[in-house]
Structures are given as C-alpha cells and as structure tokens.
Design a protein around this ligand. Structure first.
Ligand code: IDP
Ligand code: MG
Length: 152
C-alpha cells in the first residue's frame, strides 16, 4: 500500500460557519496525513452536480445543493497510507447520529443534512473530486520533516 494515496476532504458551509475548520484540520494532521492542497471556495451548481453525480435524482438533492451553496467551503487534499478509507473513518457515518463518538460527525453534528464534512468514498472518486475542485498547480508536493516518525 502506497504512502501517497490522496483523498478529498471538504469542510462544508455549516462546518466553516461553526468555526470547526481548525478542529477538522487538526484531526487529519494529528493522524499523520500530509496536507497537499487547501483553499476556501464557493461551490456552484455545475460543480456540485458533478461532485454529487450519483445523487442528482435523489429527493433531497435540491436541499443538498442549497446547503452546499449556502456559504464558503474549505476544500482540502490529504495524502498518506490508506488516506481515502481512513479519512472516512475519521469522518464517521453519513448520518451523524449513527456515528460513534470520537469521529468528526459523531462529535460535532446531529443531522444528515448538516453533517459538516465531506470525504471521498473510493480512490477512484478521490481522483475525480480532486481534479474537480483543484487545478494541478494548486497541489503541492513536499517531504514533511515528521515523515520518519510516522512511517517506518
Ligand atoms: P457521504 O457524504 O457520507 O459520502 P452520501 O450518501 O454521498 O454521503 O451523501 C452526500 C451528502 O448528501 C451527505 O453527506 C449529506 O450531506 C447529504 N445527504 C445524504 N443523504 C441524505 C438524506 O437522506 N437527507 C438529506 N441529506 C442527505
Ligand atoms: Mg458520498
């Protein structure tokens, strides 16, 4: 398993407004992942229809669109061993009330329509989402000084 798998993690508008950016970044940083891209941005309908392509026919999709367009989103890319799957573990379940305490959604959210964070659900979708939200030149490659303490 490679140490440079990448995942797309976004703090949704409610997470940004609730001041949870530092907490969410800290969780990924403390786990040992490397931040390779970060920006505060606004999502439009075109982008969100691509991002949530599998959900456009769901009854809740119009509400999901307005939720995701209700304010700035912090888009981030994290790199590390098994980052996609472990990123979802850090997030918790889609429904915050089904998420264990200790997960981000389990600790900070109550409703599925206000679940504060997004995380890619597969390596393939991570690649798709990273390409959708970031330009290639916005992703930075570097070797963290801590690497020898995180990977053997
Ligand atoms: P995920 O974010 O855990 O991957 P998905 O099923 O991909 O979950 O759904 C995307 C987002 O759509 C969820 O994070 C949540 O904000 C919203 N969502 C999913 N299911 C529902 C629902 O039943 N009602 C309202 N919003 C939902
Ligand atoms: Mg999803």
């Amino acid at each position: 398993m490679s140490n440079n798998e990448r995942t797309f993690i976004a703090v949704k508008p409610d997470g940004v407004q609730r001041g949870l950016i530092p907490e969410i970044l800290t969780r990924f940083q403390n786990k040992g992942y490397k931040l390779v891209g970060i920006k505060l941005t606004l999502a439009n309908e075109t982008l969100l229809k691509q991002h949530y392509a599998d959900l456009t026919s769901k009854p809740f999709f119009p509400k999901l669109l307005s939720y995701m367009m209700s304010g700035p989103i912090l888009a981030t890319v994290w790199e590390g061993k098994d980052a996609v799957k472990q990123g979802r573990v850090l997030l918790g379940a889609t429904n915050p009330n089904a998420s264990a305490p200790g997960t981000i959604r389990g600790d900070y959210a109550v409703e599925v329509g206000r679940n504060i964070v997004h995380g890619s659900d597969s390596v393939e979708n991570a690649e798709k989402e990273i390409a959708l939200w970031f330009k290639k030149e916005e992703l930075v490659d570097y070797k963290p000084t801590m690497y020898g303490w995180i990977y053997e």
